[in-house]
Each structure stands twice: as C-alpha cells, then as structure tokens.
Design a protein around this ligand. Structure first.
Ligand SMILES: NC(=O)c1ccc[n+]([C@@H]2O[C@H](COP(=O)([O-])OP(=O)(O)OC[C@H]3O[C@@H](n4cnc5c(N)ncnc54)[C@H](OP(=O)(O)O)[C@@H]3O)[C@@H](O)[C@H]2O)c1
Length: 338
C-alpha cells in the first residue's frame, strides 16, 4: 500500500496537539509529515516519534505534495486553504464547521458511516464534538428500531472552545476565589462556579448554533428523515475536559433498557458502566484523556411510550475531534480514497 504525505494544520492548538499524539497512537503509516500553524506559532518545535520538527506558517504552497491534511485551525482558515489543498490533489479532513452541511462533503464518524467517505470530492468533515459522541451510541440502537424522538441535553467542557477558554476558566476561578474583578472574554458570562445556557450564537428560532449543529449533523450522519424529531439544549459547564449528555430516545416500538445495555456492551468504541446501586456510572473525569464513549444510567423514559433515557460522557478533544479525525484518516488510507 502506498503511504501518504500528511500535514497537520493547526498543530499548535488544543485539538492539533491531540491529533499529533493520536497519529502516533493509531500507528498511521505515512511517508512524510509536517506541522502547520499561523505566523504566531511558526518556528516553534514539535517533538514527534523521537524527531524534532519546526512548525511552519501555513501558506498555499505548504500543501504541495501533501496527500492528506488533518485540519483544526478554525472555519475561516479551513475555508481559505481548502481550495488550495483540493487543487493540489490533497484530501482535507476538517474539524471546523466550515463544510459540514455541504451536500458533497461527507460528514463522518468512523465505524458509523464509513461508506459515506466514498462520496468525498476532496473534503471530509468531522462532526461537532457534542454530536460525535452521540453517534457511536445511537448507531447500534438504530439496528433495533427506528428513533422517532431524540432529546439531548449537553454539559460541555471549556476545552471545546479552545486554549483561550481553558485559560479563562483557570484565571476566572483564581479571581473568584480571591474575590477580585474579572473580565470574561471567551464566554458571555463568568464561567467559574457557573453554568451557562449558551454555546455559540443564537439563531432566529431561539436555539443556539451549537444546538442546531447537534440536530442537523445527527440527521446527516445517521441518514434520518424529518420524521425523527430532534431537539437539543447545549450548556457550558466549568469542567476542563469531557462533555456529558443526558439523552432521551423514543423508538417506534418497544426497546427495553436491558436490550439497549446489551447492544451498547457489544458496540465498537462504547463502554457501559451501569450499576447505580453500587454508585457505578460514568462521570466526566472518567472520560478525560481516554478513547471510549462511556454510557450509564440506562433506564426507561417515563415521558415516552417506547422510551429509554441514558447518560453518556466522552472526551471532547478525542472522539469529539482528534481521535475521529485520525480514525477517518486511517479509513481513507485503508479504503484507498486519497
Ligand atoms: N476543542 C474542541 O473540543 C473541538 C472539537 C471539535 C472541533 N473543534 C474545532 O477545531 C478547531 C480548532 O480548535 P482548537 O480548540 O484546537 O483551537 P485552538 O486551541 O485555538 O487552536 C487553533 C489552531 O489553529 C491555528 N491557526 C489559527 N489561525 C490560523 C491561520 N490563519 N492559519 C493557520 N493556522 C491557524 C493556531 O495556530 P497558532 O498557534 O499559530 O495560533 C492553532 O494551532 C476549531 O475549528 C474548532 O471548532 C474543536
């Protein structure tokens, strides 16, 4: 099998650093690798697989000879460089929201809708972090019954908003404990000791863009029609790493909590921790830094006729971003799609 030349765009960011680590963890077999950032971090060093690399400022010619670009540098950077990458014959696997809902761009969670990768025309999108963890949970359930209603409530960590947001939680917490004034910049409200019911901007329908991403991306990835009704409330919590979700699912026929538990226990990428009588259920801390999506509190939903409720936690920087990006890269290589 031929080996691709790889570039990591946004290599110095929170997600980019994880992508670099996971490329090593998943033993991606590449020919050459390069690390790109903005002018700000250009010239810094990255140590990778025992070698030192100098981070380069991303320019159109940086993509000459590059087969696969793993990008986590924000939507405007992806929009700027995508045509340059595609023009040079490269494949862009993009973490930003720039192309996710475009018709000719596959939106993929590896091991959920790999077949969609075959339709790519140079750009493949990685879903939003809160959508991503949910897909590995819902996909196996769809083999049992159709989902008619889905209500998702998220509790999202600050790392989902990048390095500056992580620092803001630390500084805001220090200031709050010292009873000092603090000017929040990343979040609209203080994040220390607080819970904020807003992620991203508000849309005309009263939902935030983040909430609508969960609705629209879930539909696209799982190929669900309008007859599956989906609603989401996305909330920022003062946690560094790991997103949690309370999920209520209504099926078109009876599916018991026991059946859901069994399906998920046998699913790729999912780990069930569900013995509430022994206080065994997943918390955000269990998920930080590790690959599985953890599920617990699986129980009958009391508001729906054929409903199940569950709790799911995962590392937003891994399955929500870097891990899925690199798994997609692995599939693109295996399926010879570059
Ligand atoms: N954090 C998450 O959980 C998560 C999950 C899914 C998707 N994403 C998406 O991934 C992207 C990055 O997020 P992040 O949290 O890693 O942000 P971040 O920590 O702020 O890192 C941003 C990275 O992009 C680089 N960059 C910025 N402008 C650039 C430009 N004009 N040209 C080249 N490189 C540029 C930065 O380089 P410098 O060091 O030079 O500034 C840095 O390496 C965003 O699109 C975000 O929506 C994040």
């Amino acid at each position: 099998m031929r080996k691709p030349n790889i570039a990591i765009l946004g290599a110095t960011g929170v997600v980019g650093r994880e992508i670099t680590r996971v490329v090593d963890e998943l033993k991606i077999d590449f020919n050459e690798i390069k690390f790109l950032s903005s002018a700000k971090s250009a010239g810094t060093e990255i140590e990778f697989q025992g070698k030192r690399y100098i981070v380069e400022e991303a320019k159109p010619e940086s993509f000459d000879g590059v087969n696969i670009v793993l990008a986590s540098a924000g939507a405007s950077t992806s929009k700027k460089f995508a045509p340059e990458i595609v023009k040079r014959g490269g494949v862009l696997i993009d973490n930003s929201s720039a192309f996710r809902m475009e018709n000719d761009v596959p939106l993929v969670i590896a091991y959920v809708n790999d077949e969609d990768l075959k339709k790519h025309r140079g750009i493949i999108a990685n879903p939003n972090c809160s959508t991503s963890q949910l897909m590995l949970v819902l996909k196996p359930l769809l083999d049992k019954a159709k989902i008619t209603r889905l209500i998702v409530s998220t509790y999202q960590s600050v790392s989902g908003a990048g390095l500056a947001a992580i620092n803001e939680l630390t500084e805001n917490t220090r200031a709050a404990l010292a009873n000092e004034e603090f000017e929040n910049k990343c979040f609209k409200k203080p994040i220390a000791f607080n819970v904020i019911p807003q992620i991203d901007v508000f849309c005309e329908n009263g939902y935030t863009k983040e909430e609508m991403k969960v609705v629209n991306e879930t539909r696209k990835i799982l190929h669900l029609g309008e007859d599956t009704r989906i609603s989401c409330t996305a909330v920022r919590v003062p946690v560094y790493r790991g997103h949690s979700e309370a999920v209520d699912i209504e099926f078109d026929k009876e599916v018991t909590p026991e059946e859901v538990r069994e399906l998920l226990e046998n699913s790729f990428g999912v780990e069930v921790i569900d013995n509430p009588e022994n206080y065994e259920y997943p918390t955000t801390c269990d998920a930080a830094g590790v690959n599985p999506v953890f599920v617990g509190r699986i129980r009958k939903n009391l508001a729906f006729d054929n409903g199940v409720s569950l709790w799911c936690v995962a590392d937003n920087l891994l399955i929500g971003a870097a891990l899925n990006t690199v798994r997609i890269c692995q599939k693109v290589i295996e399926m010879n799609l570059y």
